[in-house]
Design a protein around this ligand. Sequence first.
Ligand SMILES: Nc1ncnc2c1ncn2[C@@H]1O[C@H](COP(=O)(O)OP(=O)(O)OP(=O)(O)O)[C@@H](O)[C@H]1O
Length: 307
Amino acid sequence: MPSLIEFRGVGKRYTRPLASDVVALEDVSLDVHAGEVLGIAGPNGAGKSTLISILLGYVPPSRGEVRIANRPVREYIERHGVGYLSELVDVDPRWTVRQALLRFGTLAGVPESRLAVRVQEVMTRLGLDEYADRPFRKLSKGNKQRLGLAQALLREERVLILDEPTHGLDPLWMIRFRGILAELRRPGRAILVASHNLEELERLCDRVAILDRGRVTRVVEVGEVLPHTHETLYRLTVARGADRLSEVFTEATDLGRGDWAVSAPTLEALNHGIAALIERGVLLVGVAPAQSALEQVFHDAIGEVLL
Ligand SMILES: Nc1ncnc2c1ncn2[C@@H]1O[C@H](COP(=O)(O)OP(=O)(O)OP(=O)(O)O)[C@@H](O)[C@H]1O
């Protein structure tokens, strides 16, 4: 697949008066191919926002370069635009949903003859019809996020950048959002999704780049993440006999409320362990992977285990 977005040796150092410099990105090289959805995951302060700001041309890199369709980012964006959902959706509190979208559409260069129709289409797609005349200040967090998504879709750009797209959405809209994203895939379009929600990235993306302290430490092909290739953490919910867990799983960790974390290198080892527990009279309520496959790779990559 050809690259639509290319980061080449990108570094960013913020200089601050009266304080030491902050290196937010270091030697980041990354391609986003036409036709793919690429996720960016990373802990707080990893550099995700800086990466997106450089891609949008808001912030110049200290070194290296970013190109879209083989042009410098500003040149590409001025000519073709990009769809962008920012982490915080904010507009004039008095504007209604429709007014806000009409203004965004005008700014994005949607032809005037198409504008009203296009605004109606994206409102319907994002379930905003019933809120069309409601002022922004009266929208719930989830509706504000849907308005943000609607504006990002107004012009059907080839490059779509979504920063925490499901932030504030209720579970139903999270599921619907997956459908919307699937519809937005095009052979010629590159979609970049930054998120803290690894489970969500695993569902939405083809590949996920893991960013840690300014460096891309891994790029994971989501379909190829094999859940049982190394020590995997499981959550056991125990109704009775928890005091005997450590006889079988020596490093069992109490998570509270009857939940325990145990690790096993293979599914066979897990099942043998569970059989041994049952033989000892332990009564289990549930067994589930404690982390998604991507979460495990993520925590391996940044050297942490979180439950
Ligand atoms: N304008 C700035 N001036 C100085 N330091 C900054 C600036 N913007 C970001 N930083 C620092 O750069 C590093 C990367 O920040 P960035 O916001 O890009 O990370 P992030 O992965 O988006 O974090 P989060 O998940 O918390 O939003 C952090 O140490 C941050 O404090």
